[in-house]
Design a binder for this molecule. Sequence first.
Ligand code: SF4
Length: 62
Amino acid sequence: MVEVKQEHEKCIGCGACAAMCPDNWEMGPDGKARPKDTKPKEVGCNKQAESVCPVKCIHVKE
Ligand code: SF4
């Protein structure tokens, strides 16, 4: 099982995760990113989103 977590309050809204992994990350109305699915079947590009986040607020467990 894949688990995708975000420490939402830490997000600085840089957009890197949404650019790297638009399949599972989008920018919300508060200007911060949010995951589309927190328990996806496949990890897909979520690991890349985790790596690219400058404040390390994305955590992906497989
Ligand atoms: S990469 Fe990190 S800081 Fe940037 S929008 Fe995504 S979650 Fe927020």
